[in-house]
Design a binder for this molecule. Structure first.
Ligand code: GRF
Length: 189
């Protein structure tokens, strides 16, 4: 079975990276993770890549990231952003349209942008969640692939909410990736 080749962009901890790698090892996975790219040399996710024998590269600065990364993406079918703390330029987003996805820790369109969990707590929202979505030039606004709601209790704070949301992120992101891969494979046949 032909598997699509995935690159994962990270900047930090890498827990979503880990869940994507783990699920890609499943026999029926439609994807294989070929490469991890970090814009931060100290990202813990780089250790996770190494542990799982996935090649990785990191850039020392965020400058010209898009033009410098191109040569590594020649054989890549899908890019997953997983805690990648940089807004990719619109030319890049347009070039990778329908093949570039992200996970965001809110039930979009609520709480776009940074510190989404904190935004939800401060807004006294009764629920938040997470959303796997396509990336477009407009931040956190691309078509939703999968979403999951998470209840916010009175006792919740940013930290406890983040933990609850992260559990759901780890479930929906790998599923969303399989859905995207399936769509691409169907288009090719
Ligand atoms: C996650 O909450 C993700 O939704 C957001 O950044 C965080 C990354 O966490 N975009 P990790 O690096 O995957 O552990």
């Amino acid at each position: 079975m032909k598997k699509l080749k995935v690159a994962i962009f990270i900047s930090g901890r890498g827990s979503n990276l880990e869940s994507l790698i783990k699920s890609s090892f499943k026999k029926r996975s439609l994807v294989e993770v070929q490469l991890v790219i970090s814009n931060n040399s100290k990202a813990k996710g780089l250790v996770i890549a190494k542990k799982n024998k996935i090649p990785s590269i990191h850039f020392i600065s965020k400058k010209n990231f898009e033009s410098r990364v191109i040569k590594y993406l020649k054989n890549i079918d899908i890019i997953c952003l997983a805690g990648f703390m940089q807004v990719l330029d619109s030319k890049f987003a347009r070039k990778w349209r329908w093949r570039l996805i992200n996970i965001h820790p809110s039930y979009l369109p609520d709480f776009k942008g940074l510190n989404a969990q904190d935004q939800a707590i401060k807004a006294k929202a009764i629920y938040s969640g997470c959303s796997a979505h396509y990336v477009t030039p407009k931040i956190d606004s691309g078509k939703i692939i999968l979403q999951k709601k998470v209840k916010i209790l009175k006792k919740d704070n940013t930290e406890s909410l983040s933990k609850k949301i992260l559990i759901e992120e780890h479930k929906i992101y790998p599923r969303a990736l399989q859905m995207v891969a399936k769509k691409i494979l169907n288009r090719q046949t």
